[in-house]
Each structure stands twice: as structure tokens, then as C-alpha cells.
Write a protein that binds this ligand. Structure first.
Ligand SMILES: Nc1nc2c(ncn2[C@@H]2O[C@H](COP(=O)(O)OP(=O)(O)O)[C@@H](O)[C@H]2O)c(=O)[nH]1
Ligand SMILES: [Mg+2]
Length: 198
């Protein structure tokens, strides 16, 4: 298959409603994680763009799934973050309806990348997400973000904790990633290529 042209990337749709979600058969990879986990930074690293996705923008303002179209052959779907203490019950319900509806109904979703801060470890919200992914049999991988923040000993410990986590089944890839050093970028890219068969 022809190599993806990552320079040919654009934000196509900010979907606030399920009927705005693309459904034309182009494979989609969804990025899930709490606010501040490093989702925008990962998207920028993967697409070799400095600011395709806004890094640490005003959290929780708009609840949308942002679709980035790559070379007309792949969508990266940036799910709205979770874990905002300040989010109202109403906004929380909007989040659940959109995310649950998207992940349950999206026949073009080939993979979910679940981001977990390697230093912080899985939060309660991360665990709810992991449980959902396992129960719904969604193909997923864990991206352990901000790996540069840990020294070698702490890093090994933290990775072992993830590997032994009861909600992360054996065989689910756990990929350490750092937006600062670029570690993990190629691995995540080739994993996406393998799973989506593009
Ligand atoms: N040290 C370090 N900081 C990071 C990394 N990735 C993101 N950050 C920082 O974490 C904060 C949140 O990042 P962002 O990508 O906006 O997270 P998002 O809210 O999940 O989209 C920002 O201040 C980033 O600069 C990383 O790999 N290493
Ligand atoms: Mg973001």
C-alpha cells in the first residue's frame, strides 16, 4: 500500500451530534483519554504537525469529536476528554451520549487508542473507559503518555503496573509515548497501519 501522506492532513469535522459523524467507510482510529493526558500532543506528533490539534486549549468548552482526515484514507477521531471536575451534570450527560453513541455505533472504527498518563497511572475514569472497551470487545491499545517524566526505574515499575492491571487484558499492546522525545511515534504509526490495513 502507498505510504500515508501525513502532510495531507486536515481537520474535517467537529461533530457535536452523532449525525455529523463521518460514515463513508474510511477507517477511523479514535483517541480516548482524560483532559490533559496528552491527546492533542499525540495527534500532532503522529501527523508531524506543530499545532493541528490545540495543545492544552480551554478544557471542556465544546463537547465534540474532532475528525482529522489523513490523505483521504484515514480518520483520526479525537474524542472529548473526560475527568473535568468543573463539568456540569448536563455537560456530562452530553459527553456520555456523544461518546457512547459514537463508539457503539461507529462501524468504521477500527481501533481505539486509550491514553493513560504513565506517571499518574489509571484514574477511576480511565478504569471506567477500560471496562467499557473490554466489555464492548472494541479493539484497543494503551498509549502510556508523558513517558519522559519518569526515570528508568519508575518507568519500568509504572509499565509493569499497567501490564498487570486487571482491566487491561494480556495481549493488549501498551506503548510508551513521549511528545517531547518522539518516543513511540513510529510504533503507534505502524500499529495504526497494521490494524487499519492501510
Ligand atoms: N513532559 C511531557 N508533557 C507533555 C507530553 N504531552 C503533553 N504534555 C503536556 O501536557 C499538557 C496537556 O497536553 P495536551 O496535548 O493539550 O493534552 P490533552 O488535553 O489530552 O489534549 C500540555 O501542557 C503539554 O505540553 C509529553 O509527552 N511529555
Ligand atoms: Mg486536547
Amino acid at each position: 500500500m502507498k505510504r500515508l501522506n501525513l502532510n495531507n492532513t486536515k481537520l474535517t469535522i467537529s461533530a457535536g451530534r452523532l449525525d455529523q459523524v463521518p460514515s463513508g467507510g474510511i477507517p477511523q482510529v479514535a483517541f480516548s483519554g482524560r483532559s490533559n493526558v496528552g491527546k492533542s500532543s499525540l495527534l500532532n506528533a503522529l501527523t508531524q504537525r506543530k499545532s493541528l490539534a490545540r495543545v492544552s486549549g480551554t478544557p471542556g468548552k465544546t463537547i465534540t469529536v474532532n475528525f482529522y482526515e489523513i490523505d483521504g484514507r484515514l480518520f483520526l477521531a479525537d474524542l472529548p476528554g473526560y475527568g473535568y471536575a468543573a463539568r456540569s451534570a448536563k455537560d456530562q450527560a452530553v459527553w456520555s451520549t456523544l461518546v457512547d453513541g459514537y463508539l457503539s455505533g461507529g462501524k468504521d472504527i477500527k481501533l481505539v487508542l486509550q491514553l493513560i498518563d504513565l506517571k499518574v497511572g489509571p484514574t477511576k475514569d480511565d478504569e471506567m473507559m477500560l471496562e467499557w472497551l473490554v466489555d464492548s470487545r472494541m479493539p484497543f491499545a494503551v498509549v502510556a503518555t508523558k513517558a519522559d517524566k519518569l526515570n528508568k526505574t519508575k518507568r519500568t515499575e509504572a509499565l509493569e503496573k499497567l501490564q498487570n492491571h486487571p482491566l487491561i487484558p494480556k495481549g493488549i499492546p501498551i506503548i510508551p509515548f513521549s511528545a517531547l522525545s518522539g518516543e513511540g511515534t513510529d510504533e503507534i504509526r505502524s500499529f495504526i497501519g497494521k490494524v487499519t490495513e492501510i
